[in-house]
Ligand binder design. Sequence first.
Ligand code: HEM
Length: 166
Amino acid sequence: MAEQDDVVDETGGPGLRWAIKRSFVDYVLRMPDGRAGAGEGAHPLEGGEIRYEAGEPREVDGALVLPFRGDVRFAGHFGMLYVRIADPEVTIRDGKAELTIADPYLKSEERTRLVTFTAVPLDAGPGESAWSASDVVLAPEGVELFNDVYQAGEPFEPLEIRVPAP
Ligand code: HEM
């Protein structure tokens, strides 16, 4: 039986809300030994989204850098499939954004660019900033993580970002 963490987040706090890629999650959970787990600040939401908790936004060389916390892992095919999407960080410059993740294999401090998108500002509550993105696509550096099954430019799920105002 495939397993998925129960929905545990009812708080709706600030963060990155993202279903990553539904066809991939469905694929993993169709496997007899498929597993999807979230922790360390990543909370499963209703409808298959994950909320990664927001860290402190900062400005770097004129770009806005938004760090998030959380560790999401997929496993299956008797250990041959292992995908970790942890501690995402979004960098926005002139509305263009990229999302990097911590090294999936825990071997280095280097981050991997996973997806790119256009960050569209949203009306946010007091003291918050928010963006949404509907054109999220796989970056060339993210192709290997999915065993070269998806090419660069493969559509991923839309996402929404809500953080304390920088
Ligand atoms: C034991 C080795 C593997 C076998 C036999 C295998 C088999 C398959 C099959 C049959 C499909 C089509 C599934 C379907 O449409 O229902 C598929 C899709 C896919 N596989 Fe694997 N796979 C293997 C390893 C991996 C590994 C290591 C990865 C790494 C992440 C991977 C990633 C994917 C992805 C991303 C898809 C496309 C899912 C989608 O969006 O529809 N596979 N694989």
